[in-house]
Design a protein around this ligand. Structure first.
Ligand code: ADP
Length: 191
C-alpha cells in the first residue's frame, strides 16, 4: 500500500455553530492518487484547504498532511507584484531541475525573468504550477487550478501533473466535473 499523504479524520468545522460546513468528514489521499472535491459555490471547498493549510482550526477531528505545495485559482494573488517570477520560485525551491519542466509547461527564460503582471493569467498560472511541482511536495493542493487557463492548455497541464504523480498525491478542487471524471481516482461531492 502506498504512503498516505493526507489523512483527515472525523473533521467538524463551521464558521458559526449554526452553519456547520463539515461534520465527521473523513478523507485520505495516498501517493500516486488524485482525489477531486466537487460541489457548488459556498459549500466549503476552499475552507477545506484553509483547514489543511492550518489557517483555520477544526472544532473536532484530525488532519495530518505530508509536505505540501498549493496552487490557487487566481495566479496574480500567488505572486508578489514587485519581484520577478524567477526570484520568487528560487526563494522557495531549487531551480536546478527547472529547464525540462519549464519547457514542458510551455514556458521559457523570458517568462521567468518577468514581473508577474507582464504575463497573461494563463502564463502566470503555469508558473505557479511550475513552482509547486519544483517543490517536490508529497501532497499537491490544487484549487481550481485550470480556470485561468484556456481550454487547450487545461488538459495539457493536467496531463503533465498526472505524469508527474509518482510519489505525490493530489487533492483537486474543481467545479469542472468532466475534468474531475477524467483525472481523479475518486470524486468527493460536497453539498
Ligand atoms: P467554496 O470554496 O465551496 O465556494 P468556501 O469554503 O469559500 O466555499 O465558503 C463556505 C462558506 O463559508 C460560505 O458560506 C462562505 O461565505 C463562508 N466563509 C468562507 N470564509 C469565511 C470566513 N473567513 N468567515 C466566515 N464565513 C466564511
Amino acid at each position: 500500500m502506498s504512503l498516505e499523504v493526507l489523512a483527515i479524520g472525523e473533521l467538524s468545522f463551521g464558521y458559526s455553530k449554526d452553519t456547520m460546513l463539515f461534520e465527521n468528514f473523513s478523507l485520505s489521499v495516498h501517493q500516486g492518487e488524485i482525489k477531486a472535491i466537487v460541489g457548488p459555490s459556498g459549500v466549503g471547498k476552499s475552507t477545506l484547504f484553509e483547514l489543511i493549510l492550518g489557517r483555520s482550526k477544526p472544532h473536532k477531528g484530525t488532519i495530518k498532511a505530508a509536505s505540501l505545495s498549493q496552487v490557487f485559482q487566481d495566479p496574480y494573488s500567488s505572486f508578489h507584484p514587485s519581484y520577478s517570477i524567477r526570484d520568487q520560485i528560487a526563494e522557495v525551491t531549487s531551480m536546478n531541475e527547472c529547464g525540462e519542466l519549464m519547457e514542458q509547461m510551455g514556458l521559457n527564460e523570458e517568462h521567468l525573468n518577468a514581473l508577474p503582471h507582464k504575463l497573461s493569467g494563463g502564463q502566470l498560472q503555469r508558473c505557479s504550477i511550475l513552482r509547486a511541482l519544483l517543490m517536490k511536495p508529497k501532497l499537491l493542493l490544487l484549487d481550481e487550478p485550470t480556470s485561468a487557463l484556456d481550454n487547450l492548455n487545461q488538459l495539457d497541464i493536467m496531463k503533465l501533473i498526472v505524469s508527474k504523480l509518482g510519489g505525490m498525491g493530489v487533492l483537486l478542487i474543481t467545479h469542472d466535473t468532466s475534468l474531475a471524471q477524467w483525472c481523479a481516482d475518486d470524486i468527493i461531492r460536497l453539498g
